[in-house]
Design a protein around this ligand. Structure first.
Ligand SMILES: Cc1ncc(COP(=O)(O)O)c(C=O)c1O
Length: 390
């Protein structure tokens, strides 16, 4: 569990480290890759060991999820969050976004609105638009560096009859808010009143910093008009091994989801995903606790670095996730100049704020699930470039 270990990803670059991705989106194949939300850290040893064992068996036939897989999943959520997941409420899907696409199709018609708290994870927009629905923004309010849900605006948006679904990103990507039980209850109350279906995307739920606590949506509200999407992908850094789970307590909704997944045959499981997931939920707890602390340390490191160098950049303090939402408005650059400045002058590939909607302008998202030294290099490079602006 040495999170300071630098792992050279160039041999298997995946999306984040691929030269073509960096060139296409940042115009700089050598920028430090910090835009994609996967970590430059090895998965837990138990996961690696299990995958090695599974690989060396040599036979990779059709997989099914054994009951031990579901037991490991249920125990994880029960022990950590006191949430009891009923086995029959679980529907598998290849990924969180494929589950969201199915749910949007089921709970809205073409042309309907899907509400998002902006700035929002940009792939939500892609799923909404490619399914011929509309993005309806419920912009978060930023007060003294803290984001909050605008409940009055949420009620206005929810009360419009064409707005049928809310995707609640919990914890929130990119701003790092961890919604309190009271906030979740208020969201649920408004959506219940106007019959808006809530999709709680909880992929970042396992990364929450003290004293904040992650409350799974379905552990707080009654489960009639909602579903929760969970996945081990971010938690254990196994996002290349696709596989997500959707929890749908309402039987009718669940049956329709099941039929859809069956119709398009998107309910199969990959042998490696199943081996990795079970091992992770059974044996990855200690690793995750240590990693969460390390990431909190990265947050503190960023704060200290920015305070010491005073370059007009600040951090929106995250309550969870392994993402840092940095405020560059103090540099006085317009959206396009900021994008160029970061990629070409500072030589760091951050996800530019405008990808997350207009409300993200002037910000950028840095993935901080990496050795501290990578963050140090990125911030030093940023500081050097920012000082040249003066
Ligand atoms: C909030 C959120 N949802 C979903 C995803 C993607 O999940 P999947 O690859 O399982 O579709 C991400 C990945 O960054 C994410 O941040």
């Amino acid at each position: 569990m040495d999170f300071n270990e630098y792992v050279d990803r160039r041999e298997y670059p995946t999306l984040k480290w691929s030269k073509s991705f960096l060139r296409e989106h940042f115009g700089n194949a050598n920028a430090i890759p910090m835009s994609v939300a996967d970590m430059d850290l090895k998965a837990p040893a138990a996961v690696i060991k299990q995958l090695q064992k599974r690989t060396s068996h040599g036979i990779y036939g059709y997989e099914y999820r054994p009951s031990s897989y579901f037991e490991a999943l249920a125990a994880w959520y029960q022990d950590r969050y006191g949430w009891k997941i009923e086995r029959e409420h679980i529907e598998p899907s290849p990924s969180i976004l494929s589950a969201i696409a199915i749910l949007i199709n089921q709970h809205s018609d073409e042309g309907d609105g899907v509400i998002l708290q902006s700035p929002f994870f940009f792939e939500f927009r892609m799923v909404i638009n490619s399914n011929h629905r509309r993005v309806v923004k419920n912009p978060l309010k930023l007060r003294d560096g803290h984001y909050q849900i605008d409940f009055k605006d949420l009620e206005d948006k929810a009360s419009e009859p064409g707005n049928k679904v809310l995707i609640l990103c919990s914890p929130h990507n990119p701003v790092g808010r961890v919604w309190t039980t009271a906030e979740l209850e208020q969201v649920a109350e408004i959506c219940r009143r106007y019959d808006v279906f809530v999709i709680a995307d909880e992929i970042h739920g396992d990364f929450v910093f003290r004293p904040h606590r992650f409350a799974p949506y379905l552990s707080v509200v009654d489960g009639k008009n909602c579903a929760a999407c969970i996945s081990p992908a971010k938690t254990f850094n196994i996002s290349g091994m696709v596989g997500a789970l959707t929890i749908i307590p309402d039987e009718g909704h669940r049956q329709r989801f099941h039929e859809f997944a069956h119709r398009y045959q998107i309910n199969k499981v990959n042998v490696f995903a199943s081996a990795a997931t079970e091992a992770a939920y059974k044996e990855g707890g200690e690793w995750l606790d240590a990693l969460s602390e390390y990431i909190q340390g990265n947050v503190d490191f960023i704060k200290k670095h920015l305070a010491q160098n005073d370059i007009g950049v600040s951090l929106t303090e995250p309550e969870g996730t392994f993402l840092a939402w940095l405020d560059f408005r103090g540099l006085g650059l317009d959206v396009k100049s900021l994008e160029k400045f970061l990629a070409l002058d500072a030589q760091i590939a951050l996800a530019p704020g405008y990808w997350f909607g207009r409300e993200g302008a002037g910000f950028a998202r840095m993935t901080i699930g990496c050795p501290r030294e990578t963050i140090n290099r990125a911030l030093d490079s940023l500081t050097l470039a920012a000082n040249k602006l003066r």
